[in-house]
Structure formats: C-alpha cells, structure tokens
Design a protein around this ligand. Sequence first.
Ligand code: HEM
Length: 134
Amino acid sequence: MADKEFTYSDVSEHNTKKDLYIVVHDKVYNASSFVDEHPGGEEVLLDVGGQDSTEAFEDVGHSDEAREILEGLLVGNLKRSEGDPKPKSYAQANASVANADGASAGIGLYAIVLVGAALAFGAYKYLQTQQGEQ
Ligand code: HEM
C-alpha cells in the first residue's frame, strides 16, 4: 500500500478533513485520522491538505515522535510530472537562503568599508589643502 504512486493532482483531490493527504519530502501521507489529534491544531493541517507541506512541517521543528506518527500515516510516494510545483526540499531551500544572505551581507560590508575609506581619504586631503592655504 505504501508503494502506491500518486501524482500531484491525485493528492490535490484529497483536501478535506475526512480525506486529507499531505506531501512531506515527496512522500504522501493520509493525515485524516490525525487531524483531530494534532497538537498544532487542525487548521494548519487543513491549510496544507492536498499540497506539499514539507516546508510547513519542517519549519515547526517537529520532534522525532511527530516523525514517527507521520511514518504511520504513509500511503505512498509522490510521482512528480512536468508542470507540477517544484519540490520543496527544506534543507536545500534553507542552504540557498543562508548563502544568499551571507553573500549579500559580505558585499554590503565591503561597500561600507570602501565608502568609509574614500570619505576619510577625501577629508584628509581637504584638510591638507586648507592647511596649505593658511
Ligand atoms: C501529518 C503531519 C503532521 C504530524 C504527524 C504532526 C505532528 C505533530 C506533533 C506530534 C506535535 C507535538 C510536538 C512535537 O512532537 O513536535 C506537533 C506540533 C505542532 N505542529 Fe504538527 N504535525 C504534522 C503537520 C504539521 C503541519 C503541516 C504544520 C504546519 C504548520 C504543523 C504545525 C504544528 C505546530 C505549530 C505545532 C506546535 C504546537 C504547539 O507546540 O503548541 N504540523 N505536530
């Protein structure tokens, strides 16, 4: 049963409380039986029903216990086809965000140091000419 393959549109049909599939890391889970028990509330689960909720699930930092429950709800694998929303791999998404941030902060810092140095040099030169004129 857990070897079943679902397309994205198969999954998107299961988006009601009584029939709720969610995708986490390209695996398809039937969360219907767990909606009422979810410590984070039913609303968040219904929000991601029929969709890829990898990011939402990982953002919360769910415990190992939560992951075990999730495995128990497994019904199959997601078969992606062209035109589907891009896979949301949390680790990859986060790494690229961190890199982009790091790079832009680095460049910004260089720019500030360079502009600061140029200003200091200009002021120094200006003061020198002023002193020369006296
Ligand atoms: C079927 C998938 C899911 C399972 C099995 C699950 C399971 C759990 C469990 C067991 C907890 C208790 C804390 C822990 O052990 O980490 C929890 C908390 C929580 N979950 Fe989920 N969860 C699922 C999906 C989601 C999704 C998609 C969201 C979306 C935002 C979410 C949001 C939360 C929040 C906000 C809490 C914290 C509640 C609190 O501490 O007050 N969960 N979840």
